[in-house]
Structures are given as C-alpha cells and as structure tokens.
Write a protein that binds this ligand. Sequence first.
Ligand code: ADP
Ligand code: MG
Length: 225
Amino acid sequence: EKELMIQAEKMSVLGQLTAGIAHEIRNPLTAIKGFLQLLQAGVNHKDEYYRIMQDEIEKIEVITSELLSLSKPSTHTRKNENVGNLIRDVVLLLQSQARLKNVTLQVDEPINEKIYCDSSQIKQVLINLIKNAIEAMNEPGNINLFVETIDEHTVINVQDEGVGISQEVIDQIGVAFFTTKENGTGLGLNITKQILEGHGGFLKVMKNDIKGSTFQLYFPKVTTS
Ligand code: ADP
Ligand code: MG
C-alpha cells in the first residue's frame, strides 16, 4: 500500500512537470526544424548544421529517457550513486519550471560524494524538494544545491530564497496531507520522509537567517574500501 502511494505521488509530481518538459523538448525541435529548412534551401556550412541538429536531437533523447526511467516503478536496486549525477539529472527536468519564475538552480560543483540508494527514489525526493523550493519563491533568486559531510552523514542541501517557514509549519512537516497551498497534496514531504527513512537517513528543515529555508537530506556516509 505504501508502495502504491509512493508510485501515485511520483506520477502526480511527474504530471506537474509536463509543461516545463514540453518546453524542454519543443525548443530543440524548433531548432531542428529551422536547420532542416535551411538545408532544404541549399546552404553552405552543411556539416555544421548537421552537427547542431544532432546535438539538439541528443537533448531530446536525454530528457525523454530521464522521464521514462523516472516513471517506471522503482526497481529497488540500491547502488553507490554519485550525488552530483542524481542532482544534475533532476535539475535538467526542473530547469524550465524554474526559469519561468526567474529562478536559477545553482549546483555547487564538483560533487564527488556517493550515497547508497535507489536512484529513482532519491530523484523523486529531490524533485519534491526542488519543486517546493520553486513554489516558495515569489521573486527572482537562486536555489542552491550543495553537498557536505556532517559527522557520519552525507548531506544534500536544498536552499531557497523563498517565503521561509515558520516553526508551526516545521512541526507539521511530513504529516500526510499537511499543506498550506491551495492546490497542494501535502504528500510530497511525507513521501520524502518515508523514502529517506527507508535509506537509513532523515530530513532536517531550517529557516534561513536572511531569507527562505533549507531542507537537508541526511544519508549514512558510504564507507569506501
Ligand atoms: P505540498 O507541496 O503539496 O503543499 P509538501 O508535503 O510538499 O506538500 O509540503 C508541505 C508544506 O510544507 C507546504 O504546503 C508548505 O507549507 C511547506 N513547505 C514545503 N517546502 C517549503 C519551502 N521550500 N518553503 C516554505 N515552505 C515549504
Ligand atoms: Mg510539494
């Protein structure tokens, strides 16, 4: 039952991403169409045009395969995954949605840390948090994504410059169906907590000193031997 709920929420989150992703596919398509017309008109620099078209086709391939792999039910296979790769894959899907609100998704590279996880579930968690962060921003600004080691944990930080969060709301975080949004489900953070706890980790939420809030994902540090 818990499994079904996680899957249902995943599909609903993916559904909400559709508009942004449609952009992400339409832009390269428009470019390809334009270059095709140029080629049909018989221009010079053909090789360069073919190369650009190939790059644009590859962008569409990356986005669609990422989307497909996320919509599959989780395989429950855990591996040591590079956290940077997980973050970059998710940023790709949320980029347009952020841009629509003049929000920049800023990834502090390089990220070399690994976590032992089901990559599809952790991507779902990252999508939930970044989506919340985008929704919390009423003005242009940054969402910072960075990774640090705190004691025996690898910690992923999602730091926004949004409306911030009160102690009352922090206390309710993760309670199923708790939402302050008109069209919220109040399931994102509940699922997030379940997935994290299933990985031996936990979620920490803080109000930032200056502006916005930070959501921290704690994972057991991978011991490389
Ligand atoms: P939903 O997004 O559908 O409301 P969530 O479980 O994702 O459900 O979030 C629950 C509540 O937590 C939100 O309604 C909001 O009040 C609060 N919240 C979550 N993320 C943030 C954030 N980045 N900034 C401020 N409040 C947040
Ligand atoms: Mg949410």
